[in-house]
Write a protein that binds this ligand. Structure first.
Ligand SMILES: [Mg+2]
Length: 172
C-alpha cells in the first residue's frame, strides 16, 4: 500500500531543494511534463522554468523530461529547456526509466523523479527504488484523468488516516 507514498512532497518544482538532492548522491532528475513542469494547456516553457533548469545544471545535476505524452507535445519543452526527453514512456512501466539509467550510467539511488501523479510518477519511481518526489498538480484535472484522480484521493485519504501523508503538508 505504501508503494504509492512519495519520498519527498513539495508544493511545486520550484520548492524542491535540489542542492539537498545533490548532497544525497542524486545525479539525474526526471521531470514529468503535464501539470508538473507546465499546465496541461501550456505549449512552451516559462522563463522561470528555463531559469530553474539552469540552476539545476549549475549544480551539476542532469534534468530530463520523462513523459507519457507524444514527441510533438514534448518538443517545445525539450528545445526550450535544453533537456533530453523520453516520450511515450508508459509510466509506471519500467522500460524508459531503465533505458535512461543505462544511458546515463546511473543507479536508482542516483536518480530522483518528480511528478504530480501517484499512479504514474510516484509508483513508477518507487518500484525501481528511485527517489520519488510528489508536487501538487498545476492545473485542473481533465476529464480523462478524473477516474485515476478519484482513486488517488481515496489512497491519500487512507494515508492521511494512518498519519503518513496529508495534502499540503510538505516534507523533504
Ligand atoms: Mg503529470
Amino acid at each position: 500500500m505504501y508503494r504509492l507514498l512519495p519520498d519527498i512532497y513539495q508544493k511545486d518544482v520550484f520548492s524542491i531543494d535540489y542542492e539537498a538532492l545533490k548532497n544525497a548522491g542524486i545525479k539525474v532528475i526526471l521531470f514529468d511534463l503535464d501539470n508538473t513542469l507546465a499546465r496541461i494547456d501550456e505549449n512552451k516553457p516559462s522563463q522561470n522554468l528555463k531559469n530553474l533548469m539552469d540552476h539545476i545544471r549549475a549544480l551539476s545535476l542532469i534534468p530530463l523530461i520523462i513523459s507519457n505524452q507524444s514527441k510533438n507535445k514534448i518538443a517545445p519543452f525539450k528545445d526550450g529547456l535544453l533537456v533530453s526527453s523520453a516520450f511515450l514512456s508508459f509510466k509506471p512501466l519500467k522500460f524508459k526509466y531503465k533505458k535512461i539509467m543505462r544511458q546515463y550510467k546511473v543507479k536508482p539511488s542516483q536518480v530522483a523523479a518528480v511528478g504530480d501523479s501517484l499512479f504514474t510518477d510516484i509508483f513508477g519511481a518507487n518500484r525501481l527504488g528511485i527517489t520519488s518526489v510528489l508536487v501538487d498538480s498545476m492545473g485542473s484535472v481533465v476529464l480523462l484523468k478524473k477516474l485515476p484522480r478519484f482513486f488517488e484521493n481515496r489512497i491519500i485519504g487512507h494515508y492521511t488516516r494512518r498519519g503518513v501523508f496529508e495534502r499540503g503538508v510538505y516534507y523533504e
